[in-house]
Design a protein around this ligand. Structure first.
Ligand SMILES: C=CC1=C(C)c2cc3[nH]c(cc4nc(cc5[nH]c(cc1n2)c(C)c5CCC(=O)O)C(CCC(=O)O)=C4C)c(C)c3C=C
Ligand SMILES: [Fe+2]
Length: 473
């Protein structure tokens, strides 16, 4: 077995600082302490409390390929299965017939107002979004039906205000085309597929197409820079289940890029966008750079080991370091938006911080969405309309917003590099772990069940009576 169990507090050991060949940055100095959460997350020895679809998977980066004897490895990279020597030589033997596929994972969004309720149903029926203990899983679908029906009118209003539907499919298709071209330019011809989690084109459709096209090597690239159980984790779980059911797909070599917020190309592209928007202000140096990330419930991070918060903080650190290196020394702040229901979500909350900043005398503010690389309802409606109004009411006088990366060429080129770097580590998926292994409440079932039940009950009540909430998606 080649691959080594992952230990994610690795950066110091490998000194990944601006490595030319692999383009990773040195992370936040305080990351070492915070990696404890990530450590149990990645370690295949631990019981998987993350909802990860691939608890048996191990991480392999280009660095690891060079130094597999090392005990500490880098968390920035690609999930693969351990490769046996035979698999290695087999894949080399067929190299000339290789047909590369890239599968882009995304959330999906309703294209018309009629799609809103069924889209919400799909979202709430996802056990990685509403996490019920196994004993209560039979309630998942009825609960999803109820919550989606109750929530649909409010969501429809939001989608109506941005033109009657989500732009996500169109933008993701454009990103797929751009990535295909970037790969071609690098002499790596590939088919690029789009797999949405909650709307068309669904993951199942994309996977069928991959099969039809007889792809021989697949790179899975989530369009979420940071990993969360609720986003990349959920999509990968679906993929894993589809692949394990199919004889041909279960043998297909696959590399999964689990997060890429730390890539130099992404960090620089974000810094470019921020620098450009700052120039639009009268006094750019006085502008507060305000990063707003999509939130997740706190329990994901605290109890289930979701690395999302750590990765988000590291991401902001890297972007600010890059800006500093360019002489941009503005103040900055990170907050979390789009919370749903009464449970605690990651703090601080965007709406509360905006009010504090405005009242505290901040006059110029540049909002930077960081958890997603396309425009969507939460940038176009929540940030551009709701948060802007709130900030202006609270005393902010000059408001700006950085656009999502979309098809920015430096960004797409870097994604192409990420795909190319991941290709050599593609290996066949092995049968997954059982449901019980990935179950979050296996550690403390009673406590977890009580928490989730209470949370779900409260969420349900507040979704029935939305006026009780401070803020929702
Ligand atoms: C990194 C990004 C995202 C995380 C993390 C995430 C977690 C998460 N989301 C919900 C509930 C909803 N999300 C909704 C829309 C939505 N969510 C994201 C991204 C993340 N979600 C995007 C990009 C979108 C918009 C898609 C589009 O149509 O453009 C919605 C629906 C919107 C609405 O009702 O107004 C809900 C609901 C939860 C509960 C959650 C973590 C547990
Ligand atoms: Fe969401």
């Amino acid at each position: 077995m080649d691959a080594v169990t992952i230990r994610s507090s690795c950066y110091k050991s490998f000194n990944l600082s601006k490595s030319k060949s692999y383009k990773y940055y040195t992370p936040h100095p305080s990351l070492h302490a915070r990696q404890i959460t990530c450590r149990s997350f990645w370690s295949s020895e631990s019981s998987d409390t993350t909802g990860s679809a691939f608890p048996n998977l191990q991480l392999r980066t280009p660095i690891q390929s060079r130094s597999l004897a090392g005990k500490t490895l880098c968390s920035a990279g690609v999930w693969t299965h351990p490769i046996s020597g035979t698999e290695m030589s087999e894949s080399h033997a067929h190299a000339e017939e290789e047909k590369v596929g890239v599968l882009l994972l995304n959330l999906g969004g309703p294209e018309t107002l009629n799609d809103v309720q069924p889209f919400l149903y799909n979202l709430f029926a996802d056990p990685d979004i509403i996490r019920l203990p196994r004993l209560f899983r039979f309630l998942q679908r009825p609960l999803a039906k109820l919550i989606s029906t109750l929530r649909a009118p409010k969501s429809k209003e939001g989608y109506a205000s941005i033109g009657g539907g989500s732009p996500l499919r169109k933008i993701t298709d454009e990103q797929a085309d751009a990535l295909k071209m970037a790969l071609e330019a690098k002499e790596v011809p590939a088919n690029v597929y789009v797999a949405m989690r909650y709307w068309y084109p669904f993951t199942e459709e994309a996977v069928q197409q991959i099969k039809k096209d007889k792809i021989t090597k697949l790179v899975v690239l989530p369009l979420y820079p940071q990993y969360s159980i609720s986003t990349t984790g959920s999509s990968v779980r679906v993929l894993q289940s589809l692949f394990s059911e199919d004889k041909m797909l279960s043998r297909l070599p696959v590399a999964i890029i689990q997060s890429w917020y730390q890539r130099e190309g992404y960090v620089k592209s974000m810094a470019d966008l921020i620098q450009k928007e700052l120039q639009g202000f009268g006094s750019p140096e006085e502008v507060m750079i305000f990063f707003s990330a999509h939130g997740v419930p706190e329990t994901y991070v605290r109890d289930a080991g979701d690395p999302y918060k750590d990765q988000m903080e590291e991401c902001i650190y890297l972007i600010m370091q890059e800006l500093k290196a360019r002489g941009v020394d503005n103040d900055h702040k990170l907050a979390y938006q789009s919370r749903v229901g009464p449970v605690q979500w990651l703090k601080p909350y965007t709406d509360e911080v905006l009010v504090e900043l405005g009242k505290g005398g901040v006059k110029s503010l540049l909002a930077v969405p960081v958890s997603f690389v396309s425009e969507h309802i939460e940038t176009l409606e929540e940030i551009d309309m709701e948060y802007k109004e709130l900030a202006l009411e609270s005393g902010v006088e000059n408001w700006g917003r950085v656009p999502a990366l979309g098809c920015t060429s430096t960004f797409i080129t870097d994604l192409a590099d990420a795909v190319i770097e991941a290709l050599p580590s593609a290996t066949a998926m092995t049968p997954s772990t059982s449901e019980s292994e990935r179950s979050s409440f296996s550690q403390d079932p009673v406590k977890f069940a009580i928490k989730v039940l209470l949370g779900s009950f409260l969420a349900f009540i507040l979704l029935v009576f939305p006026s009780l909430k401070n803020q929702s998606v």
